[in-house]
Design a protein around this ligand. Sequence first.
Ligand code: NAP
Length: 495
Amino acid sequence: MPLTTESQELLPINIGGEMRLGGGDESATLYPATGEVVARLRAPSLADVDEAIVRADHAFRTSGWAQKKPHERAAVLHRVAALIRERAEPLAQRQRLDNGKPITETRNLVASAAATFQFFASACETLEETITPSRGDFMTMSVYEPMGVVAAITPWNSPIASEAQKVAPALAAGNAVVIKPAEATPLMALELAALCEEAGVPRGLLSVLPGRGSVIGDAITKHPLVKRVSFTGGTSTGKHIAHIAADKMMPVSLELGGKSATMVLEDADLDHAVNGVLYGIFSSSGESCIAGSRLFVARSLYAPFMERLSARAAALRVGDPADERTQMGPLITARHRESIERYVDMGLSEGASLRTGGARPEGSLYERGYYYRPTILEGVKNSDQICQQEIFGPVLVAMPFDGEDALIAQANDSVYALAAGIWTRDYKRAWRIGRAVQAGTVWINTYKQFSISTPFGGWRDSGLGREKGRLGILQYMEQKSLYWGLNEQPLAWAN
Ligand code: NAP
């Protein structure tokens, strides 16, 4: 299908509510299935970044957004949700072009963005401030205030959904927001900001500043008017941001990488487990922080399970993201595919053997895109680098295990602790292992299912803080205690 985009024109970006060309470097976003240019834009200059943040701060103080009653802000956010739903198909198609995910997946991401705005609209108008038990001649209250300008820094793998997860609660809380989307996928953040403005978010309260993270993201994080950073991305970038935040005494939330363990016990329902393991690692081409990329299978089940799993992996429909039947699209960039190829080489040089995949698919369909076959490596030890490093692609490492204690010890032997999956019919073992595994999310007899009403985040190198859930809005608010004096007499000390 030919691209019908504005590929020749430079796309304006949103600098403090003004749509104009940035003063920085030109960059192009490419369709990963063909390498064609989807759009070109110019990144903001550092002066543009400063202007956007100063304007956001001004809009925060003067637009009246923070002073609106919660139900009034909620009404605007409900309109954002409605607009996303109204434009769902063009948004999903645009996101497909922006990051090459299959259309069936980008439709889900768009639906999830709408649901996120709806959810935080409700969280906003139902958030309660409390009267705390008084311990003197005063009434005590605990209330919440917006912070000012907050930054949302997002990766390229699920643009509109990850941006909504930050922008919706931040706006619901009454803040201004500066979005820094990934350089490879700037388009959905621009669309989202335009929809927010159309729904009634005051102009200038939202900016979209695409561009290189080490320049633009860094400048945003360091800016004195930015009061909080909500970051999703790699662990090393997250640690860098945490250092800057420490110098500014600025709160941050960090949603980082993972190397999640999936565990198949002897008594698992095999049909469910095979499907779940496949979906857990190979959906989104494995470009997913929660990808179940380390597989542990009970030794007695290992041979038949791996036989079925690898046959199914080899038969996955890899191809055109526009085709409704496609299960795995291309990877985000040619460079990212090269990095995955290096990881597979590293695994093989550590002694792994290739069960399936390990190469680019062949045929005319795959010639221009950044495709890679679903890959399974085995004959590895959990301590090998291939089992410890996040690959962020369609590569699964598989190991047999003996006994529950050894399983738990290996599952927890990772710097990451984002997610885990357990496949068993024995609910008591599921309970024991589910509680013993160190991870932000544990799925039992399912995998990679999400609910906006349930908090999400990682332990250790997988992150700090939680997104989503009714209380996710509090990340973007400062807590304040109010004491109301009820004394009939002056304070005793001053007498
Ligand atoms: P990344 O390189 O860390 O980039 C993430 C974002 O940070 C991008 O917008 C990037 O901009 C920006 N950035 C880069 N350097 C920066 C700096 N010095 N200061 C401020 N911002 C900076 O990660 P990625 O490769 O895009 O994404 C893959 C990683 O994200 C994986 O590790 C994955 O596990 C993780 N992830 C985590 C979650 C979660 O919820 N836990 C969800 C999705 C992805 P540029 O694009 O311009 O470099």
